[in-house]
Structures are given as C-alpha cells and as structure tokens.
Design a protein around this ligand. Structure first.
Ligand SMILES: [Zn+2]
Length: 80
C-alpha cells in the first residue's frame, strides 16, 4: 500500500515534469539558431537535437544538417 502510494506520487511528478522539459526544449529549438563554422550554414535544432547537444557557454557541440560535420557551433540568439 505504502509503496503503491509512493509510486503514484513519483508517476504524478514525472507527468508534471516531462511536459515542462519538453516545452523548454521546444522553446529552445525555436528561439535559438546556430552557425556552422565549417560551411557557414545557419540552422536550428529539433527538440531531440537540443536534448543530445552538449552545452559549453556560448557554444554547443552539434551536427550540422548541411555538411554533416559535428563541431562546436556558435549560438545565435532568437531568430524568428
Ligand atoms: Zn556545416
């Protein structure tokens, strides 16, 4: 009984947290763009791309969708 209640509380917390995280990732995907240092392409990441990218201050380690090269790209804030 006690364990059941604990599990329910954890599941309820997850149900609240996951949509919040997803919304944050969606906002980041739409608000930020990146410039590839290799080919100069400006691109945006999907929600999944945001989740898997490594952050380092103003730069992120992401794969360019145009040339396919993974590199530290500069974050351009808020386009569109
Ligand atoms: Zn590129």
């Amino acid at each position: 009984m006690y364990l059941g209640l604990r599990w329910n509380a954890g599941a309820a917390a997850l149900l609240l947290i996951l949509p919040a995280v997803w919304l944050l990732l969606r906002w980041m995907a739409h608000a930020w763009a990146y410039r590839c240092p290799n080919c100069g392409e400006v691109f945006q990441l999907s929600e999944l791309g945001q989740f898997t990218a490594i952050n380092m201050g103003e730069r992120r380690n992401v794969r360019c969708p145009t040339c396919g090269k993974r590199d530290w790209v500069k974050i351009l804030r808020r386009i569109g």
